[in-house]
Design a binder for this molecule. Sequence first.
Ligand code: BT5
Length: 277
Amino acid sequence: MSRRTQKPFCDPENLQGQFLTPTLGRRLIVFNRITSTNGFLKRLARRGAATGTLVLADQQTAGRGRLGRQWQSPPAAGLWFSMLLRPRLATEFTGALSLIISAVIADGLSAICKCSFYVKWPNDVLYRNLKVCGILCEAQFSAGTKLTDAHSKLDYVVAGIGININQRPDDFKPEWRKRATSLSMITGEPMDRQNVLVNLVQRLDAALFGNLAESMPALLSRWRALCPQLGKQVALQQPHATIHGFFEDIGEGGELILRLRDGKRRAFLAGEVSVAK
Ligand code: BT5
């Protein structure tokens, strides 16, 4: 069968009919294979696509994580999707989006799989210590180029979500095997990707597409409750240094707040956190 006539891996109309959401997924675009759903949706966003537009792929050939890292997205194994948000939100809160999305996904997966999922700063959903989902939020600001510009306004955010559903241990790259898992490895049975997506889309729509500025504090509190590293001594790995401190809180913009050994409180925007041994 040629690529042009190949049937989509799921029936978009049927899927959309199950969403029952006012905003998220009202426009749904499904691919069998694409480089990156985030890349595609950013192009649509620049041309004015509506908030709530959802792009889903069976496989990504160049799935991306943060800082240009690779996101393994094989066919028939996971949920790889991106959603477009145009929230009325002050620019300084943008960094909190990946945290609140991870909290919504963690709660959704806990309900679906009937076991406990956790969050890890800034963008992971974990089962025990294993990564099951990663989130990549890419924001575009208008009238200014950076988050810190005084007149900068948030134009849109493309939030990409990758969830491992039916991989087996051998499906992960050897170097990632000890740090990654899938829902079917956790539950011991194959999972229906469409059912998982419908459940999560419902939750994401309710959490993100109302008055986000108003619901943000409660969503951040939920994140705090789901983060086992909060309130512990941690090591924050940065490109050129490891910083040790007490993980005191997260800021309104999603920043990690550490109490350092000299008693000073400092906020960080990036790095890898682990509980100090
Ligand atoms: C992330 O980055 O965790 C964000 C992943 C976002 C993926 C979605 S899929 C839909 C949308 N379209 C895209 O192109 N991206 C988004 P980061 O925290 O940088 O983690 C990346 C690291 O996770 C890699 O360097 C690997 O170590 C590991 N990794 C890669 N693929 C994985 C997978 N499938 N499961 C678990 N870990 C993985």
